[in-house]
Design a protein. Structure first.
Length: 668
């Protein structure tokens, strides 16, 4: 008996240790070490050399060739870059090592402009499938698979997608057989891997990755605005997620086990293979999802209802004609769906059927449905026009609470509280406007010189047609004494957001994170019906206040005023730091967690710098300073966070590796 107890306790101890180490083990380490350095001039053209590469353009198994552009493969330096420093070496991970090359940006730039780019070629040691990876700042990314059928046994193989002419700094490429597992993460089960990726003052950060047989949306594709991953809790408190195969349009419900060590995918009904735009659930675990399909002018939308197990229960289509929801097309806008007290609310931005002026205008709308029958109960009309972003939740009273981002009607962050009986709306933050740089507008009318904002050789006139919003939405949350609205904006160095002289895509101002706290009965403030003019009595906090305005397309002056704006970050140079993709979550302790990406900006170009998080209270006081989460945490423009206990969960997708990803922050 004593022997049995001793060994039973030992077995339990080993199991416990195994489980703890599995959950807490960090990332596998991959390092590059060089053995040889050479500058490749890049004189080998893609065409006219029978696939051969000049010896001076080869180092080890790797080489460079100049790609054909319009009518020529340029190598003489007029329309191409030259002189690429390359270090040959090995990437090592444990006992494994892989052929690797660190490539630096070219030192000799094109004399006129860049036309022919240089791509990599590689002489594979075996005729089998190989995968090319990058290693940068400790992060591994799968880049491309080169199949054996693409290879030439006697010559280097051209990898046309791996161009290096626009490379900034340097990057390491390494090559491994495709049948060999390459990952910094620990294997948790057959199709799941995960590791603790960082310990921070906020708490430990974990990442879990799930292999699926589908084309997954790539979160790092920053141009995509629509939501792609819909996190929700089931009745047992476990995490589920709806998502869609981007190739065959199959919609899946992923059910994750406790600890995220595995998951199960259930395919949901999608009658016409339409696009998944929004999803939510009710307290019984039933799932609702909104789809869109068809072509411009002949669109179709529907709401589906499924059980917690994914069984199809109900489907209803809705009228998209001009007399109905007026959806001519959806394009790349936003949609959000929420459940509350037996009702469903939809906020959606769309392009409308032609109006009397012959144009297809764009705007956001709010609609309420019965959750049981899916019958449309109330069409609440336009929320904002144009509407370029939205966020939807519910308040403590069971009403729907949302924000959207308008560029003109109104121009600002627009707060909405609504149900099937009606809607109340109020602008809570407004922003600068870029004005015409010519006296005559596209409508043929001539306007006066706008002296107040003309400076530094730039002339502006008293008309505008600015669709830019200089903002992104974070979200809206409820506190005991008001609604907290979070967003990014472009304050000047003095904190003002209405300086029209600093507007336009060449705006010198970086994006910073801002907050306003609004009274719950906002419709009773003196701001009501004043569109973009915000009064002090609307706000619960003291903050930046300013007055301004803009001349609209017809030359009429529209007054603007901000009040109570609290700026939480202090980025000053957009070439160094600017905030984007802000996410917010209300923690169980009542505080708010903010997560965002920091980028550097030059013109329209944005370069990722890192992902950060901070914790504040509902009055905007910082509890935990901005903290780097590491470069394994990437954010989409609009996918929302989920809070389960002390865990904040961030969804993502990795298209090259066909993996769903969850980042879990275990908040202290």
């Amino acid at each position: 008996m004593k022997y049995y107890l001793k060994h039973s306790l030992l077995l339990l101890l080993l199991v416990a240790i195994s489980q703890v180490s599995l959950a807490q083990t960090g990332l596998n380490k991959f390092t590059f070490s060089k053995s040889k350095t050479k500058v490749l001039p890049g004189k080998t053209p893609e065409r006219g050399n029978d696939g051969k590469v000049k010896p001076e353009d080869m180092i080890g198994r790797l080489g460079l060739i100049s790609l054909f552009y319009q009518n020529h493969c340029y190598t003489d330096g007029r329309y191409n870059h030259n002189n690429f420093k390359v270090e040959q070496g090995k990437v090592k991970a444990g006992k494994n090592s892989f052929d690797a090359y660190k490539i630096y940006e070219p030192t000799k730039k094109a004399q006129k402009f860049l036309a022919s780019q240089h791509c990599l070629v590689y002489k594979f040691p075996k005729m089998q499938n190989y995968t090319v990876y990058t290693l940068k700042s400790g992060k591994i990314e799968k880049v491309v698979v080169v199949k054996a059928s693409q290879m030439n046994a006697s010559k280097p193989t051209k990898i046309k997608t791996l161009t290096v002419s626009r490379l900034k700094g340097n990057i390491v490429y390494f090559f491994a057989p495709s049948n060999q597992r390459i990952s910094r993460f620990q294997q948790l089960s057959a199709n799941t891997e995960g590791s603790k990726i960082k310990s921070t003052p906020l708490g430990d950060v974990y990442k879990y990755r799930f292999k699926v047989n589908a084309k997954v949306h790539n979160t790092q594709r920053a141009s995509t605005k629509t939501r792609k991953f819909f996190l929700m809790k089931n009745t047992g408190g476990k995490v589920n997620m709806l998502w869609q195969d981007q190739k065959n349009k199959a919609i899946y419900l992923s059910q994750f086990v406790t600890g995220f060590k595995s998951q199960k995918n259930i395919r949901l009904y999608n009658r016409n293979n339409e696009d998944l735009l929004a999803a939510t659930r009710d307290p019984q675990g039933n799932i609702y999802y909104f789809t869109y399909g068809g072509e411009r002018g002949r669109t179709s939308v529907a709401i589906y209802k499924a059980s917690a197990a994914g069984r199809h229960l109900k489907l209803k289509n809705y009228d998209t004609s001009k007399k109905g929801l007026n959806i001519y097309s959806f394009r790349n806008y936003m949609a959000a769906l929420k459940y509350a007290q037996g009702k469903l609310a939809l906020m959606i931005a769309r392009t409308m059927h032609k109006s009397g002026d012959g144009l297809n205008h764009q705007g956001g709308i709010a609609v309420v449905f019965d959750a049981n029958s899916l019958t449309q109960l109330k069409y609440l009309g336009q929320t904002s026009g144009h509407s370029f972003d939205n966020y939807l939740t519910i308040n403590q009273a069971g009403q729907f609470l949302g924000i959207d981002l308008g560029d003109n009607y109104p121009r600002g962050v627009n707060l909405h509280r609504f149900d099937e009986k009606g809607r109340r709306s109020q602008v809570v933050y407004t922003f600068k406007t870029h004005h015409g740089t010519r006296a005559t507008s596209p409508a043929g009318r001539k306007y006066d010189f706008y002296a107040e904002i003309s400076r530094d050789g730039k002339k502006f006139y008293k008309w505008s047609n600015d669709n830019a919003t200089y903002s992104e939405l974070g979200g809206v949350l409820e506190a005991n004494d008001g609604y907290v609205v979070l967003f990014t904006g472009e304050p000047s160095p003095s904190g003002k957001a209405l300086d029209n002289g600093r507007a336009g895509y060449k705006s010198p101002d970086p994006r910073n994170i801002g907050l306003v706290k609004v009274r719950k009965d906002f419709e009773n403030s003196s701001s009501r019906s004043r569109r973009n003019f915000i009064s002090d009595d609307l706000m619960r906090l003291r903050g930046m206040s300013e007055t301004g305005g803009f001349y609209n397309f017809g030359g009429r002056f529209s007054k603007q005023r901000n009040a109570g704006v609290v700026w939480l970050t202090k980025y000053r140079d957009k070439s160094q730091a600017s905030a984007r993709h802000l996410k917010v979550a209300q923690l169980n302790n009542g505080n708010i967690l903010l997560v965002w990406e920091k980028v550097s900006k030059k013109g329209y170009r944005e370069d990722y710098q890192g992902t950060y998080a901070m914790q504040i209270n509902t009055n905007g006081r910082v509890i935990t300073q901005p903290t780097a989460l590491g470069n394994y945490v990437r954010l989409s423009r609009r996918d929302d966070l989920l809070v389960v206990g002390n865990q904040v969960i961030i969804p993502a997708g990795n298209e090259p590796e066909s993996k769903l990803e969850l980042v879990v922050i275990k908040v202290k």
